[in-house]
Design a protein around this ligand. Structure first.
Ligand code: FAD
Ligand code: SF4
Length: 509
């Protein structure tokens, strides 16, 4: 009798060319897909995020069956569902009389540690395949990081450009003469009737079932299901990708950092949920963007800016996540310990910028990078919120959030809790930056020009108070020399007013 192989497919492994499937014979293989409570509940995930993942999984199972695979699919409310990956694999090995297991490595420590135990637990050989959907292997990142004092994304990104040969000319020099065009990508946006909008996909019966299931089982989780708009199949994700390439990419660079009231998406791609769960291939996407540049459809600053986010930032944060180890999640360089304010779960705050970023997050499980970094992240940083609570919030509320990508972005880039491994200085700012890059302040009850007092923009006093509070840890950071000089030049009364204003605000949080 031929040997029976079990291939578990995890919720973020929805790719037809997944490494565990390569060169396997569908005849003697069972693919196992599992909806388990352990994953939906390990943090209180946004309802729309759960609905997106479950619907995409169910559609992917159907697509795999069409390609001839035997898929055993365990639904969340199936009788006997044990609620855990390990429990479901145990049941499936019995059900199908399995001889061996083959799985693509998981994206995070928690699940990887689980997988590494399976061989002993089940007494079966387990092959763990590398995840080939990334440009850099774990070894590539280690080789690059070896012996370096600082692990700056920019230099890693250049390696990835060389490895993929994307946007390089015949002499292997960067297209246009420069590696990075970020300085051209900081324009504030004007409201424009022709602003691109992502496709809002209509729910089919599978998605409707899932939405009902999530509504019934996860009523206490944050977020709304009323605005569900996600692509849930490979074809739909491809349609959203084409829409982005045609309509938004040409101005992606210019307005990458801009924010406008009532406009959640602007010129962003809204593709991260599909890239991270496997519906879209990141490298193929970058090659299409490069082609659009060569065809003269998009300017270099847009193409390079977009490609840098994917083969630069995305690959880099993954490298940091695995290099720093499970302990990374517990770092707290600035010893911040304030509780996360409740308005992160309601959006009810007079700070218009925060209400906008949080409101759209709860409605749509989406905010773009600058909203995550310079609004909600910046506020948590300068208010001294416990970074573990901040990390948990980001992991819960965004449809694209998986620990390997969310944790370094939140804990490292946004909260500076790793002491500067990712960011050379904290992304802290006063209301001035927000006013420059958005129209939020004109609709806010606070006055962005005032530094202290009940009507002053809270970001202003909090920013200076943050620098003052953390002087022992940040005072020798060269990149903060200028703001520290400005703080030192303020007279004592001004400094005292700022401290008092910040304290009054924080006491009322
Ligand atoms: P676009 O602006 O269109 O960018 C294109 C693509 O580049 C994205 O789809 C994404 O795949 C990639 N990308 C861009 N920036 C980053 C980055 N810093 N790290 C990794 N990939 C990047 N991204 C996630 O995918 N999951 C997360 O959980 C996540 N958490 C974040 C938390 C914080 C505090 C911050 C500051 C950033 C976080 N990011 C996260 C990065 C970034 O905000 C999102 O990738 C982006 O907003 C997704 O929207 P988009 O697809 O419209 O992106
Ligand atoms: Fe945000 Fe301050 Fe501007 Fe209000 S005034 S929107 S709180 S930055």
């Amino acid at each position: 009798m031929s040997k029976k192989l079990l291939i578990p497919i995890l919720g973020d492994q929805l790719s037809h060319d997944l490494s565990s499937l390569q060169d396997q014979d569908p005849e003697n293989t069972v693919l196992l897909m599992m909806e388990v409570a352990e994953e939906t509940n390990y943090v209180r995930q946004h309802k729309a995020k759960i609905a997106y993942i479950l619907s995409a999984m169910r559609h992917h199972a159907a697509a795999l069956r069409e390609r001839g695979w035997h898929v055993d699919y365990v639904k969340l409310n199936d009788p006997g569902n044990s609620g855990s990956f390990t429990g479901e694999i145990a049941r499936a090995t019995q059900r199908h009389n399995i001889d061996s297991i083959r799985v693509t490595e998981a994206g995070e420590w928690r699940i990887m540690e689980m997988i590494e135990n399976w061989e002993d637990q089940f007494g079966l050989p387990v092959t763990i395949c590398p995840d080939t959907r990334f440009v850099a292997t774990h070894q590539d990142f280690e080789d690059w990081a070896e012996g370096k004092k600082q692990l700056r994304m920019e230099f890693f990104y250049r390696e990835m450009r060389r490895k993929t040969k994307i946007l390089l000319d015949e002499d292997a020099k960067p297209e246009g003469g420069k590696w990075n065009y970020d300085s051209e990508n900081r324009k504030p946006a004007q409201r424009d009737l022709l602003m691109p909008q992502p496709i809002r996909f209509r729910s089919d019966n599978i998605t409707k079932d899932v939405i009902d299931l999530v509504g019934a089982h996860f009523a206490g989780h944050p977020g709304s299901l009323d605005h569900f708009y996600f692509a849930v199949t490979h074809d739909e994700a491809m349609r959203q990708k084409r829409k982005f390439l045609d309509d938004a990419l040409p101005q992606f660079g210019d307005y990458q950092d801009a924010m406008l009231t009532g406009e959640p998406f602007l010129w962003h791609s809204i593709l991260s949920p599909y890239i991270n769960s496997g519906l879209l291939d990141p490298l193929a996407l970058c090659r299409e963007v490069e082609q659009r540049y060569h065809d003269g459809d998009v300017p270099l600053n847009a193409a390079e800016g977009f490609i840098r986010q994917i083969i630069g930032w995305r690959e880099y944060v993954r490298g940091i996540y695995w290099r720093e180890g499970p302990d990374y999640a517990h770092r707290n360089f600035l010893s911040a310990d304030r509780k996360l304010p409740d308005f992160y779960y309601t959006g009810k705050t007079d700070m218009h910028c925060m209400a906008q970023a949080i409101g759209q997050t709860l409605d749509m499980a989406y905010a773009h990078h600058i909203q995550r970094l310079m609004i909600t992240g910046n506020f948590a940083l300068i208010a001294g919120i416990d970074p573990h609570q901040v990390h948990q919030w980001y992991l819960e509320v965004y449809a694209d959030a998986y620990e390997w990508v969310e944790l370094p972005n939140t804990l490292g880039m946004s909260q500076f809790s790793d002491g500067g491994i990712i960011a050379s200085k904290p992304y802290a700012s006063s209301g001035n930056y927000i006013n420059k890059m958005s129209d939020y302040c004109s609709e806010c009850r606070f006055d962005v020009k005032q530094r202290t007092g009940p009507d002053a923009c809270p970001f202003n006093a909090l920013y200076w108070d943050f620098l003052d509070r953390n002087k022992d840890k940040l005072g020798d950071n060269n990149r903060l020399a200028m703001p520290y000089r400005t703080w030192d030049k303020m007279d004592e009364n001004t400094q005292r007013d700022i401290r008092d204003s910040a304290a009054t605000f924080l006491n009322h949080l």
